[in-house]
Design a protein around this ligand. Sequence first.
Ligand SMILES: NC(=O)c1ccc[n+]([C@@H]2O[C@H](COP(=O)([O-])OP(=O)(O)OC[C@H]3O[C@@H](n4cnc5c(N)ncnc54)[C@H](O)[C@@H]3O)[C@@H](O)[C@H]2O)c1
Length: 114
Amino acid sequence: MRRGAILLTGAGGFIGQKVAELLLKKGYEVVGVDNLNDYYDVSLKKYRLNLLKPYKNFIFYKIDIENYNSLKKLFKTYKFKAVINLAARAGVRYSIESFLGKIFNKLNFTFAKK
Ligand SMILES: NC(=O)c1ccc[n+]([C@@H]2O[C@H](COP(=O)([O-])OP(=O)(O)OC[C@H]3O[C@@H](n4cnc5c(N)ncnc54)[C@H](O)[C@@H]3O)[C@@H](O)[C@H]2O)c1
């Protein structure tokens, strides 16, 4: 098991990439995770990750943090000293629509069963 790295989720994101860069410049080992979803242009996320590639203390995994088994595997490989969670779908409208959508779909299903 490797010790001392920082787990940073959303590493391909606007904020995540910047935070990763700051930490890498300070000499921390950063394990970046991102599922590279298409919530907005994926090429932008890939471009940001490419900026982090030159750092030898950066490792990237394309992982969805909603996937429990992938995360479990990662935590078995590394003993993280910190976790910074910046994986998000940072849009108020989407969050509301998606959240309410899920609830109403469940409710409809429940009613349909009765
Ligand atoms: N952008 C801002 O100005 C700002 C300001 C204050 C706070 N924040 C907060 O910072 C966080 C990140 O915002 P951002 O602007 O960098 O958003 P962003 O969309 O650019 O980055 C989020 C990243 O998370 C990844 N992601 C989403 N769901 C994932 C999942 N299930 N598994 C793995 N990766 C996943 C996305 O692919 C994306 O690359 C959010 O919580 C946001 O609210 C942002």
